[in-house]
Design a protein around this ligand. Structure first.
Ligand code: PLP
Length: 444
C-alpha cells in the first residue's frame, strides 16, 4: 500500500473528500471544556489583553474612521435573525431547523468588510503600539488618537509590514498599515480578485501577484520580509496575534446575545458555523466562544469541497504536514477566502479538544445560497461567507449521534444557530451581480 492508500484505510472519509462529495466529519477528540483549556497554549488572560488593547486604540480608530464613531471606535458587526432564510432552507432541504437561526454579519465590519478586520487590524495595531512604546513615543495611558498626528505617520514610515493573502487579509493589513503610515506589501495568491488588488494600489499599498496558491504567496512574502529587519511579516499560518484578535469577537457576541434576550446554558445550546481557510479566523473565534460559553457552545468549520484543508489536517492529525494536493485535490474554488490547501498547524492543534466537527460545501451551493439570502433577507455576501449556511441542516440530517452523545436531542427547540458571515460588503456592485447571476443559474 502506498501512503495515500494507508491514509484512506485509516480514515475512510478521505475517499469522500477525493470524490468531492460534501462531507461531514465529527471530531473524536472533542473534550470537556476544562480538559481542553488546560491543554491550550493561550489563555483567557491573553484574550483579555487583546480586548484591552483594542479598547486603547478605540479613540484613534474613531478619529481616522468616522464610520466607527457611533460605536466609539470599536470595530464590530451586527447579529441578526434571518427567519425568511430559515424558512427557505427548511423548504428546499425538507428539513426543519429546530431553534433560532442568526447571522453574524462580519461581512459588514467597518474598514475592510470581512472577518479579517478583527485579526488583521489587531495585529497591525499591536505592532504599531509596540514600536511606539519602545521608542518612548507612547505610553498605554495616552489617548491613542495622537497616533493620527503627522509625527507618528513619519515615524511609522521607517518601518514596513508584509503579508501573504488570498485577498481579504491583504485588504485589512494593507488598509490599516497604510493609514498608520507604514510601508506595506501584500503578496497575493492567484485566487485574489482584481478589485481587491486595485483597491489596495489606490491606497499606496504595494501588491505583488503570484500565479500560485496561498501557501506559495505566504512563503514568498515570508522569505522577502526576512531580508529586511525593519519589516514585520504577518504570518497567517502561525500568528497568535491574529488568532487573539479574532478571539475578542466572542465576549462582544455574548453581549449581543444578552441584548436579544438569548440564553446560552445547559438547556439552551449554541451552535456556530464558521467558514475556514487557513484556520486563524474561525479558530480564534471558536477559542473565544469556548472561553465564553464552555461546553454549551458547539463549533463547526465549513470548507469548500475543493479545499478541505482543516478537515484533512485534523482528521489525520497531520495538521500542516498534509495538503489537499496530497490527496489529489486542486484547491480551486470560487470561495477565494477559503482557497487554502494546507491548514495552519498551530490552529489545528489548539482546536483539537474544542472543535465539534468540519463539513464541506460545493461551490455551486455557496452561489445558490448567496442568491437565496439576497432574495429572502436582502443581505449580500461573498461566496466564502455562505459556507456555513448549510450547517444546521447537515447537523439535523447527519448529526443524530452527535446530538445523542452530548445529550442535546431534547434541547434543540431551545437551540441557537449562528452562521458566521465572513465577508462581502466591499464587493463592487458588478462583481456581486455576477455572483447573484451564477447562483440563479443553479435554480434551473
Ligand atoms: C479569510 C476568510 C475566512 C477564513 O479565515 P481563515 O483565517 O483563513 O481560516 C473566511 N471567510 C472569508 C470571507 C475570509 O476572507
Amino acid at each position: 500500500m502506498n501512503q495515500l492508500q494507508q491514509l484512506i484505510a485509516s480514515f475512510p472519509l478521505i475517499e469522500d473528500l477525493i470524490s468531492l462529495k460534501e462531507t461531514l466529519w465529527f471530531n473524536p477528540k472533542l473534550s470537556a471544556y476544562q480538559t481542553g483549556i488546560e491543554l491550550a497554549p493561550l489563555s483567557r488572560a491573553d484574550v483579555i489583553d487583546a480586548e484591552d488593547r483594542l479598547n486603547r486604540f478605540a479613540s484613534y480608530i474613531a478619529n481616522v474612521y468616522p464610520e466607527t464613531k457611533e460605536a466609539g471606535g470599536i470595530i464590530e458587526s451586527p447579529l441578526v435573525t434571518i427567519p425568511k432564510m430559515k424558512q427557505k432552507l427548511e423548504k428546499d432541504y425538507s428539513q426543519p431547523i429546530f431553534g433560532e437561526l442568526l447571522l453574524k454579519c462580519d461581512s459588514h465590519l467597518p474598514i475592510s468588510g470581512s472577518i479579517k478586520a478583527r485579526g488583521g487590524i489587531y495585529e497591525v495595531l499591536k505592532h504599531a503600539e509596540q514600536l511606539a512604546i519602545e521608542k518612548g513615543l507612547l505610553t498605554t495611558d495616552d489617548d491613542y488618537s495622537i497616533l493620527a498626528n503627522e509625527k507618528f505617520r513619519t515615524f511609522f514610515s521607517n518601518y514596513s509590514i508584509a503579508v501573504g493573502s488570498t485577498g481579504n487579509l491583504g485588504l485589512s493589513i494593507g488598509i490599516m498599515s497604510a493609514k498608520l503610515g507604514f510601508q506595506v506589501t501584500v503578496h497575493m495568491s492567484r485566487d485574489a480578485k482584481q478589485w481587491k488588488k486595485d483597491l489596495l494600489r489606490s491606497k499606496n499599498v504595494k501588491v505583488v501577484e503570484y500565479e500560485a496558491d496561498f501557501s506559495k504567496a505566504v512563503e514568498e512574502g515570508r522569505r522577502q520580509a526576512e531580508k529586511d529587519p525593519t519589516c514585520h511579516f504577518v504570518d497567517d499560518e502561525n500568528s497568535t496575534d491574529l488568532f487573539l484578535g479574532y478571539a475578542v469577537a466572542a465576549s462582544r457576541l455574548k453581549k449581543q446575545l444578552d441584548g436579544l434576550n438569548i440564553t446560552v446554558d445547559e438547556e439552551h445550546p449554541l451552535f456556530v458555523y464558521l467558514p475556514c481557510g487557513v484556520g486563524g479566523g474561525p479558530g480564534g473565534v471558536a477559542f473565544g466562544l469556548k472561553l465564553a460559553f464552555g461546553d454549551h457552545v458547539h463549533c463547526f468549520f465549513a470548507e469548500p469541497t475543493h479545499s478541505p484543508a482543516m478537515m484533512l489536517g485534523m482528521m489525520t492529525e497531520l495538521h500542516d504536514e498534509i495538503s489537499v494536493q496530497d490527496i489529489g485535490l486542486d484547491n480551486q474554488t470560487a470561495a477565494d477566502g477559503l482557497a487554502v490547501g494546507r491548514p495552519s498547524g498551530f490552529v489545528g492543534k489548539v482546536m483539537e479538544p474544542f472543535l465539534s466537527g468540519c463539513f464541506t460545501v460545493r461551490d455551486e451551493r455557496m452561489y445558490n445560497l448567496l442568491k437565496d439570502l439576497a432574495d429572502t433577507e436582502e443581505i449580500l455576501l461573498e461566496p466564502s461567507a455562505l459556507a456555513g449556511m448549510t450547517g444546521p441542516t447537515k447537523l439535523f440530517q447527519e448529526g443524530k449521534s452527535y446530538l445523542e452523545n452530548y445529550n442535546l436531542t431534547g434541547k434543540m427547540e431551545n437551540a441557537t444557530h449562528i452562521v458566521w458571515a465572513t465577508g462581502g460588503s466591499m464587493v463592487p456592485e458588478d462583481v456581486m451581480a455576477s455572483y447573484y447571476a451564477e447562483g440563479k443559474k443553479l435554480d434551473q
